[in-house]
Design a protein around this ligand. Structure first.
Ligand code: MSP
Length: 553
């Protein structure tokens, strides 16, 4: 029997040198949203996240905390696990690169490449960026490689390289921080030898990288000659915190080489060929734009070097933008990070669905792929206008009228069913699943949410125009029942559509409608009607109460 391919979605593995911040949560919320959407469509999904636990940067952070690296990473990883739990990120597996299932597989892969004769032993003089864990050759600095923002960094000589400003080290072309001189003596993976293949692969697969701006960045990066090799080992004398290289006792594995491999070690490239066939290739690698080069250049070259054919390359790498504070990127080293647990626990204090408000903000505020500015005002505004005034109000008004006028039982539409004035709303609601499908196919999370929220606004306007309270006063009972039925059906569809974005809110709306279980299938929500006639509504609850924090902002 042919196995059906599982939708395989990954996130980057986060460095555990410090606690998670909103940038990390952004990638995981987006990945979780897509995974939930596919589950709602009835697809098999495998969502993988985890932590990147090796390398100099982690070893330095552990030393600064006065702890052994393993003890240190064991404690920091808990903060990531706890945040994903708070944010309802329903991953299927969590990989830590220090786990034997990963380290053993990495060693097996290294041995294979060594035995194939793919890896070369050599020595290069160059520059190292510890925060980025990236080695730069003199030639790369001189060429002025594209920076993480996509704008080519100025060539070496303009940036105060040694020789231009006495003694000053050159700056990292990627993050603009000073580099350290380094001699990399070790094992190298050829890059330039595979460049022609990569160029033609990228050309033949215009959807390999999204958004388009990042695809163009990759295309222009590939117009320059790639460095001859990528050093995939580190001397133990300098960095001991890494996976030992089986055939070279003086070396550990370069942290990026080790970490990227997680995407195939977990599905079972080495240990479980059957599962590997079912999962691989990845359908979406979610990353931030800062790590495009690693994912769109090194990673496919690594897979190609391992002998994977073009149809076994990742289907899509989506590189989202940055959350900034003012005009600066939020980062641990700049010290301007926003801690998601502070946003949820303090700014959104008193909100029963604070994690969902946070998820909504991240996915609605900024078109996925672009940079965004984080501010407390922006999140409070979204909470008040979109969630409390629009969505919360619609749920509250609809259910309180059903309670008041229909003894808490959802009325059926009176024959002949919907009237002309109900049609636009009914049509907008039943069209919602296909509008969501189109947006999600492009990972346009904000557009999908916008479509859901515009049905919500339309339903609020419908309440105003139909004025159910007038119908109740004037004993137009059949019409009153139809209007309330239309509103309940709209809420049912909205709840399902919202599930990937705000899973707890969606379930709460579902339960308030008195429906069983949780919203589960997107395909049958467009059926109309979908609520059993005369069904009792559940316990009512205000979804987005006005709290002091919101009121004073
Ligand atoms: N460990 C590597 C990834 C290895 S993947 C095999 C790494 N880790 S990281 O913790 O530094 O950052 C990982 C990701 O966090 C970024 O790619 C991005 O997805 C996210 N973000 C970190 N800072 C961010 C912002 N300020 N804004 C948005 N996302 C950013 O790189």
């Amino acid at each position: 029997m042919a196995m059906s391919k599982t939708i395989y979605i990954t996130t980057p593995l986060y460095y555990v040198n410090a606690a998670p911040h909103i940038g990390h949560s952004y990638t995981n919320v987006a990945a979780d949203c897509l995974a939930r959407y596919h589950r709602l469509k009835g697809h098999e999904v495998f969502l993988l996240t985890g932590t990147d636990e090796h390398g100099q940067k982690i070893a330095q952070a552990a030393a600064a905390a006065g702890q052994l690296p393993q003890v240190f990473v064991d404690s920091v990883v808990e903060r990531f696990v706890a945040l994903w739990k708070t944010l309802n990120v329903a991953y299927d597996d969590f990989i830590r690169t220090t786990q034997p299932r990963h380290t053993n597989a990495v060693q097996a892969i290294l041995t294979k490449l060594y035995q194939d004769g793919t890896l070369k032993r050599a020595s290069y003089q160059g520059w190292y960026c510890t925060p980025d864990e990236t080695f730069w050759t003199e030639a790369e600095l001189a060429a002025g490689v594209p920076s993480r923002t996509g704008t080519p960094a100025p060539p070496h000589a303009e940036r105060g390289a040694p020789g231009s400003v006495a003694g000053a080290p050159p700056l990292c072309p990627s993050c603009q921080r000073p580099l350290e001189s380094a001699k990399e003596e070790g094992w190298y993976l050829p890059l330039r030898a595979y460049q022609a293949w990569l160029v033609s692969f990228v050309r033949a697969n215009p959807m390999f990288v999204r958004p388009e701006s990042r695809y163009n960045e990759l295309a222009s990066l590939l117009k320059q000659p790639l460095p001859e090799h990528l050093c995939i080992t580190r001397p133990k004398s300098r960095v001991s915190w890494g996976i030992p290289v089986p055939f070279s006792p003086d070396h550990v594995t370069y942290v990026w080489f080790d970490a990227l491999l997680n995407y195939i070690t977990v599905p079972g490239y080495v240990s479980d060929p059957e599962q590997f066939l079912r999962l691989w290739p990845a359908d979406v690698h979610f990353i931030g734009k800062d790590i495009l080069r690693h994912h769109a250049v090194y990673w496919p070259i690594m897979l190609h070097a391992l002998g994977l054919s073009d149809d076994r390359m990742p289907k899509l790498i989506f590189a989202h933008g940055w959350w900034k504070i003012g005009e600066q990127k939020m980062s641990k080293s700049l010290g301007n990070i926003v801690d998601p647990s502070v946003v949820i626990g303090e700014l959104l204090k008193g909100q029963p669905y604070a994690p969902d408000v946070y998820r909504y903000f991240l996915l609605r505020e900024v078109p996925f792929g672009q940079d965004g500015n984080f501010s407390e005002e922006a999140i409070s505004t979204r909470l008040e206008s979109d969630l409390a005034n629009d969505l919360g109000n619609l749920v509250n008004r609809t259910l309180s009228m059903i309670e008041r006028y229909c003894d808490g039982r959802i009325p059926s539409a009176a024959p002949p069913g919907c009237a002309v004035e109900d049609e636009p709303l009914r049509q907008a609601a039943t069209a919602l699943p296909s509008v969501i499908d189109q947006a999600m196919a492009r990972l346009d999370f904000s557009i999908a949410l916008d479509a859901i929220m515009s049905v919500v606004s339309q339903a609020n306007r419908y309440i105003e125009s139909q004025a159910p309270w007038q119908l109740a006063k004037t004993s137009h009972t059949t019409r009153l029942h139809t209007v309330l039925n239309v509103l309940a059906e709209v809420l049912r569809i909205v709840a399902v559509g919202l599930e990937p974005f705000m899973p707890s809110v969606a379930t709460a709306i579902w339960e308030q409608l008195g429906l069983e279980g949780a919203p589960q299938q997107l395909c049958d929500v467009a059926r109309w009607p979908g609520i059993p006639p005369g069904q009792n509504i559940g316990t009512r609850q205000v979804l987005f109460p006005r709290t002091e924090a919101a009121a004073t902002s």
